[in-house]
Design a protein around this ligand. Structure first.
Ligand code: DAH
Length: 347
């Protein structure tokens, strides 16, 4: 009897790990442990075994049963994974490094945007965003831009012919026209209408103008806007912040200068120039980088801030131009062509 049991076990040890399909497994299982199986048959013979041998034999049978069961379990899980493999194709090891040698890099404009936001959040600015579809109110009226200003011309700005489907989400007045924002300055108004001073925000984003594309122009580009509102803010604070920003981004040898200019929403207003001779491709002495000024009291009055108490500065600049300076890129079109040979240089 013992011999028969051992023979049964070694047969199972041979056979069960070789099974490849579920029907084969079911048949083998029935053959070994089923009601008409070999083990059952052996157990039935227990009756004819002398009484004193039964406990030993019973124990042996139980052990074989346990071993058969674990052989069956092993066989079944092997068949399970064979079936899964068949469904999924060849096995993969998800812990191995990706076979793709290029894991992807961030776009140079993203890098510059993130770095500028990092520089500004370090000195207390909060990042906010505004919509790209705007109304004339936020883009022009509230920024004290007269109705006949050239920026409002259909030659310069993309207007929506039918604005009905925008609903009332952005509207300030009923007969408002919608447009693609021409600058991020609209976010100044949105912020001031939804918060109370003091305010310190930076708002990066996409802007649109009817420009013909060439090496330095694109109908769609990016700006970064800052607004600071507090008590006793002066031009000195504005200049100090701009010096800090550009030295942080482009290196401490970077210089800034203000040239008087006109913007409806700031008084006085300036254009900001940069000099960064240590950077490649900066061959001109000064490069214009953006506009700025002290927030015009008219703008404060329009958003309900008391212009006798509050003062502030604002500025806006082009992100493309900054990235071109920083990385020595001489054509704005590279940013939008999705050429991986270009993009992979900015890891
Ligand atoms: N919005 C201006 C532009 O698009 C830039 C600018 C000028 C932003 C003066 C400002 C500012 O915040 O105060 O060219």
């Amino acid at each position: 009897m013992q011999d028969l049991l051992s023979a049964l076990l070694s047969k199972a040890q041979q056979e069960l790990p070789q099974l490849n399909t579920r029907p084969e497994f079911e048949a083998a299982k029935a053959r070994y442990v089923g009601p008409n199986g070999e083990l059952t048959a052996l157990m039935k013979q227990m009756g004819s075994v002398p009484k004193e041998q039964r406990p030993v034999l019973g124990k042996a049978i139980n052990e074989i049963k346990v071993q058969l069961q674990s052989l069956l379990d092993g066989s079944l899980s092997r068949i399970d994974s064979l079936e899964l493999e068949k469904q999924l194709g060849p096995a993969i090891d998800p812990t191995l490094p990706s076979p793709d040698p290029f894991p992807g890099t961030r776009h140079p404009l993203t890098l510059v945007r993130e770095e500028m936001c990092r520089i500004l959040t370090r000195v207390g600015f909060t990042v906010v965003e505004g919509p790209e579809v705007e109304t004339e109110y936020y883009c022009f009226d509230a920024l004290n831009t007269p109705a006949d200003h050239p920026a409002r011309d259909a030659q310069d700005t993309f207007y929506f012919r039918d604005s009905a489907h925008f609903g009332n989400v952005l509207k300030k007045t009923a007969e408002e026209k919608y447009l693609l924002r021409t600058h991020t300055s609209s976010v100044q108004i949105r912020t001031m209408l939804s918060r109370q001073p003091p305010i310190r925000i930076v708002s990066p984003g996409r802007v649109y103008r009817r420009d013909t594309t060439d090496a330095t122009h694109s109908a769609n580009f990016h700006q970064l806007e800052c607004l600071y509102v507090d008590k006793n803010v002066t031009v000195r604070d504005l200049k100090a912040l701009l010096d800090y920003i550009f030295a942080s981004l482009l290196g401490k040898d970077t210089k800034t200068r203000f040239r008087p200019h006109y913007f409806g929403y700031t008084e006085p207003s300036f254009e900001v120039d940069l000099s960064a001779k240590h950077l490649a491709k900066v061959n001109k002495e000064w490069i214009e980088i953006g506009g700025c000024g002290m927030v015009d009291p008219t703008v404060f009055d329009g958003v309900g801030y008391d212009s006798k108490i509050w003062s502030g500065y604002a500025f806006g600049m082009g992100l493309e131009r900054l990235a071109m300076l920083l990385y020595g890129i001489d054509d704005i079109r590279y940013f939008y062509q999705n050429d991986l040979r270009f993009l992979r240089q900015f890891a």
